[in-house]
Design a protein around this ligand. Structure first.
Ligand SMILES: Nc1ncnc2c1ncn2[C@@H]1O[C@H](COP(=O)(O)OP(=O)(O)O)[C@@H](O)[C@H]1O
Ligand SMILES: [Mg+2]
Length: 457
């Protein structure tokens, strides 16, 4: 198992990198300063040596030709007196003489800068003698070392200061985010309408706050919808439950005859069936909500399925002198039982709302390239336009004013829409004049990709 990555602290990361960067940058500047100083020191030492060489040359020129080197020696002694940083080595009259030079014993040879040159011989004209002028550069080396340490210290201190400043800046920069986290922590389901306040946030953070608020908005909508749904469920169940309780209490209080008792039990069973059908419908809808797809196990002519449904509702339709027709054709790969259920819901609505003696059409038609449309048309009271968009919502009924109707909970069209979704299609409702047409589409075999299972109740 790969080790979990430690969460990265922005503060630590930024200050570390700023410190490293500052140290490198300052280090480079310091190295440049060090080398420039070193170069200048070298040039100055050369100039000093050259200057002294000129003076010595002048002294030697002055004492030339008098055949005696004593005067020259004396002059050189005078010249080098009190100049411990300079020394001159000369070979006069076959003798090696040193003027000036370090007094202390701890002199290091590498702390010298020397120049070798030749001088005219003071006593033998035309002859020359070799000389070496040595400059003790120990003070310069000390200066160089001190400079190196100072520069290194500066780079180090600079890096530490940069790291500290970065830490402070990041802390200050992130402070509004902390405030945002506190705000977010205070959000709770009973304060669902609240949003995060992004006014004090940086421009970079605002889109995040905006998106977060958009998510909250969507959650609020879903939450309110779910709450409404719960209330609807409770509302739908209350009446049959009250009836069940009332009838059972009455049966317990009185001493009903066996026949009366059977009647009560029969009516209770009816209520229980209704309750069970609501619960089953809701279970089905929740499965569809969770993304269940239809199993397209049957592929064929939808007119066949529509015909079966029409037949099923025939008796019911005849009571109102209605005639059910199947118009058009269309093939699709479907879950046959689900499709029957959807068409049946539509037909039962049509039978309920159709003008007596009219014709109900189950219309099959192609919908675009890759879908088939199944619609049921009836003639009757039109559905007001404001109801049309909500017709497929759960528990929605346009005729709410008619009061509780034990067999019509307003889930029929919600199930039609769910079945359409499960077949990759959509649902629609139109009502013009006295013609109402409600239906849905399913994807054709080559376009349908549904394979997931659903347990139908
Ligand atoms: N063919 C139709 N003509 C007029 N109104 C309809 C028709 N079909 C559905 N409706 C309206 O849509 C509502 C929702 O229908 P549905 O979901 O099947 O619920 P239910 O049939 O249980 O009332 C119905 O209550 C009715 O008001
Ligand atoms: Mg219905």
């Amino acid at each position: 198992m790969p080790a979990a990555r430690r969460p990265r602290s922005l503060r630590r990361w930024l200050s570390r990198w700023l410190a490293i960067q500052t140290f490198i940058a300052l280090g480079l500047v310091c190295i440049a300063v060090y080398y420039a100083t070193n170069l200048n020191l070298g040039i100055r030492q050369d100039a000093l040596l050259q200057q002294k060489v000129e003076v010595i040359r002048h002294l030697v020129e002055e004492n030339r030709g008098n055949g005696d080197s004593t005067r020259l020696r004396h002059k050189l002694d005078d010249f080098f007196y009190g100049r411990p940083d300079f020394s001159l080595e000369l070979e006069i009259d076959g003798e090696k003489v040193t003027y000036g030079g370090p007094v202390s014993g701890d002199h290091v040879a590498s702390h010298d800068r020397r120049i070798t040159f030749s001088l005219p011989h003071p006593s033998t004209p035309g002859d020359s003698m070799s000389a070496e002028l040595v400059l003790d550069i120990t003070p310069d080396i000390r200066l160089r070392r001190a400079l190196a340490w100072t520069l290194f210290g500066c780079a180090l201190v600079g890096a530490i200061v940069a790291a500290k400043v970065a830490t402070m800046l990041v802390r200050r920069g992130l402070a509004p985010l902390d405030a945002l986290a506190t705000q977010a922590a205070q959000l709770s389901p009973d304060r669902i309408g609240e949003r995060l306040d992004g006014s004090g946030q940086a421009d970079e953070v605002r889109p995040l706050v905006h998106q977060f608020n958009a998510v909250l908005q969507r959650l609020e909508r879903a939450y309110v919808q779910m709450e409404g749904f719960n209330a609807d469920v409770a509302h739908e169940m209350r009446t049959p439950l009250a009836t069940l309780i009332g009838e059972t209490e009455l049966a317990l209080k009185t001493r009903p005859s066996q026949n009366a008792l059977r009647e009560i039990l029969g009516s209770n069973l009816e209520e229980l069936h209704r309750l069970s059908s609501i619960v089953n419908d809701m279970l089905f809808l929740s499965q569809a909500d969770r993304g269940a797809q239809a199993r397209a196990t049957w592929e064929g002519e939808l007119a066949e399925v529509a015909g079966e449904v029409a037949q099923y509702h025939e008796a019911e339709a005849l009571e109102q002198n209605l005639h059910i027709r199947v118009v058009g054709t269309g093939t699709a790969a479907i879950d046959r039982r689900l499709l029957q259920r959807a068409v049946s819901n539509l037909v039962s609505n049509a039978v309920r709302y159709a003008d007596p003696g009219s014709v109900i059409d189950i219309i099959l038609s192609p919908s675009g390239e890759d879908a088939v449309q199944v619609a049921v048309r009836n003639t009757g009271e039109p559905i007001p336009a404001e109801h049309l968009p909500r017709l497929f919502h759960r528990f929605y009924r346009t005729d709410e004013a008619r009061g509780f109707d034990g067999n019509h909970h307003g889930l029929g069209l919600a199930i039609v829409a769910a079945i359409a979704r499960m077949h990759g299609g959509t649902s629609f409702a139109r009502s013009e004049g006295r013609s109402t047409i409600i239906g849905f589409s399913v994807l054709k075999p080559h376009a349908s990709g549904f394979a997931r299972d659903i347990t139908e109740n």
